[in-house]
Design a protein around this ligand. Sequence first.
Ligand code: ADP
Length: 306
Amino acid sequence: MEQLKVFAPATVANLSCGFDVLGCCLDSVGDEMLIKKNDLKTVRITRISGQDLPLEADKNVAGVAVNALLSELNIDQGFDIEIDKKIKPGSGIGSSAASSAGAVFAVNKIMGEPFTKQELISFAMKGELLASGNAHADNVAPALLGGFSLVRSYCPLEVLSLPVPEELRVVILHPLIEIKTKDSRSIIKQNISLKSAINQWGNLGAFVSALYTKDYDLIGRSLQDEIVEPIRSILIPYFNDLAALVAFNGALGFGISGSGPSVYALCRGDKNATKVKNAIQNFYSDKMIDFELHQSSINKSGVRIL
Ligand code: ADP
């Protein structure tokens, strides 16, 4: 195989109760990437459309992630990477993770799959390290594996795939203001109280249980975050109004997607998701802030070949 075109999906990380350890994969939006072998023994980003991002391989997450994979294989095969960037960087729906995950997935396929998808996570995390200064896995893992991912441990890396209740839908609002992951990480407190920790791990455990038992109400009750959200939500215009609005319209839960500014609502079924999406559309339309709104199912397969 000489080349491969892939769809690299957006993801929602944290999901309120699982800061840095929980994420899920979307299918409404994603980058398209074309990866080709070259004879130059080097990795090049040959074209990026849609966004102004670095073409130098060591400054682009796709190049960094692929180089991490190739150096583990210890071969000097080169690759050309073209990215049709559909996920805006700094949106909070895993723009950098999609490029890292898509690139390592494609290169691995072209090379005859020397690594499992699980093993690809650590290479893609090198891209996250470049993008945000922190090698977190809660976007790259669901982008690669699909569905919900839980990072049980970072060292050693252990990522679990969780079941996807069929009726779950996600509504994403992206107010078009840019918040860099680096900046939104820097405002988080480094120490938390025991009381907050107890509430948080109670909710995370309950959320995991609810995915297994398909208990939609418990999913809703578990989507709470008293550690990061109170600080980060200040950066997101009308966060509290949106939380009240989607609850009034029957969403299961609501919170910040990744590091924001996108926010997500989890809903049960397409009908409720459409109702929540329309309510957000009406509310945000007169707020003098451009925005994008998506409604998505949970993508169970992750990066896929086009
Ligand atoms: P997101 O949470 O949406 O991924 P981040 O702030 O984490 O946003 O990542 C965006 C940062 O990563 C930007 O500084 C961007 O320049 C950098 N970056 C490098 N390569 C890429 C890429 N291929 N796709 C997206 N962002 C990239």
